[in-house]
Design a protein around this ligand. Structure first.
Ligand code: GLV
Ligand code: MN
Ligand code: MN
Length: 402
């Protein structure tokens, strides 16, 4: 019954895995991305689904005609953060295909179209903006701005699209969104909430909301000079400013962290000129700030702006996302009233679609390590199978007779 899931999982497991770290490097518009997209297209064809790409190149595979009636869509993303885990994203895509295969095998006839989506560039690992695929089609990120985003080597998204042989006329796509009557994204849990419950409790939870979060770029200038011959007193070291900023971000978040969580992270730096023996003349630091309370994250940024005037540029902002109450309740009633409900501090394409007015909810699969964005991220095979079963039941309900 679950051999289809196991087979697909084994097929994608080696793609983009780094031999030394064991983590994944599957970045937008790279060879790995291309290989995964081709794999997705081939598996959709094998299931007899009709594959279309939207104006950002996100892949939508349809069982039935979504122009006759908006469909029930499930899916997720296949890209990763640097040295990411195997499950964040791919679990949702593989589970969705496995759910469709299971429905076909049992002779299910959908009364509403069913879609499986592979969103591109969810992590924003290469061009800096998370959920770029869903942001562009919903208009949360204009095509023009997306095209100008640069990766760490200065390659623009426009150039990367051209190199990948992909259309560059990216932009909002209402026609695609009109086809989506409901979106359910299955995802590995990125914390320990389910793992900390009694093991006999469901391995699958239903999502409630996503914390507000944003990304900012912080630019610090100094003066390049020799690391051996320049006296400490004569230095203008951009790295020291960036380091103080990272400490300040932690302090400001910690000052607000309490019953409502508040977190801030500097996880990426670009150092110029980047020589071990040269004092940095410029450092760009990227800040990710989130809280379960929108006011706390905004206050954290305001405090940082006061301490470090004129260095911050906002790259993305996603307000609090509440999943559709009636869809969430219906999904929960399908899975049983004991099913845990979970909010999440992680961002998802589901949040972008929800904020664009698409009825949306999520399913989370238990992760015994509670870790994510690291090779430690994990889900037991049995729990992955429970996730597929949950998706089958939900799709049967939403796209079936009732
Ligand atoms: C994506 O996983 C994010 O939460 O940044
Ligand atoms: Mn992620
Ligand atoms: Mn994800």
């Amino acid at each position: 019954m679950h051999s289809y899931f196991d087979r697909l999982w084994a097929q994608i497991e080696p793609i983009g895995r780094d031999a030394s770290s064991g983590g994944y490097r599957r970045f937008a518009l790279t060879r790995e991305d291309h290989t995964l997209r081709e794999w997705f297209a081939a598996e959709c064809a094998a299931l007899g689904l009709d594959l279309v790409e939207d104006r950002m190149g996100n892949q939508w595979a349809w069982w039935g005609d979504p122009d006759s009636e908006p469909g029930v869509v499930t899916g997720s993303h296949l890209d990763s953060v640097p040295d990411g885990g195997a499950f964040d994203g791919p679990l949702g895509v593989v589970s969705s295909l496995a759910a469709v295969a299971a429905l076909q095998e049992k002779g299910f006839q959908p009364r509403r179209p069913i879609g499986v989506v592979n969103f591109g560039d969810e992590e924003g690992a290469r061009f800096g903006v998370a959920c770029a695929g869903s942001r562009v089609i919903t208009g949360a990120l204009t095509g023009e701005r997306a095209l100008g985003l640069k990766d760490a080597d200065g390659v623009t998204m426009a150039e990367a699209l051209q190199k990948a042989g992909r259309p560059a006329d990216i932009g909002g796509d209402d026609e695609t969104l009109r086809r989506v009557g409901a979106f359910i994204e299955l995802h590995v849990e990125q914390g320990r909430a389910l793992a900390d419950l009694d093991p006999s409790t469901s391995a699958v939870a239903v999502g409630t909301d996503i914390w507000p979060h944003g990304r900012w770029r912080a630019d610090f200038s100094g003066r390049a000079d020799h690391a051996g011959t320049t006296a400490l007193a004569d230095r203008d070291d951009a790295m020291l400013k960036a380091a103080m900023f990272a400490v300040a971000a932690r302090e400001e978040a910690a000052a607000r962290d309490g019953e409502s969580r508040c977190v801030a992270t500097v996880g990426k730096l670009k150092v110029t000129p980047g020589g071990v023996n040269a004092i940095p003349s410029h450092v760009t630091a990227w800040l990710d700030a989130r809280s379960s309370d929108e006011q706390l994250v905004l206050a954290t940024i305001e405090a940082l702006e006061q301490r470090f005037p004129d260095v911050l540029t906002q790259e993305s902002w996603t307000p609090t996302t509440h999943f559709d109450a009636s869809l969430t309740a219906r999904v929960r009633s399908v899975l049983g009233d004991q099913t845990p409900m979970l909010g999440t501090g992680a961002g998802h394409d589901a949040g972008i679609l929800a904020n664009a007015g698409v009825p949306t909810t999520m399913l989370f699969v238990r992760n015994p390590t509670g870790s994510s964005h690291t090779p430690e991220e994990f889900a037991e095979a049995d729990d992955c199978h429970r996730g597929v079963d949950a998706l089958v039941a939900v799709l049967e309900d939403l796209a079936g007779d009732s």
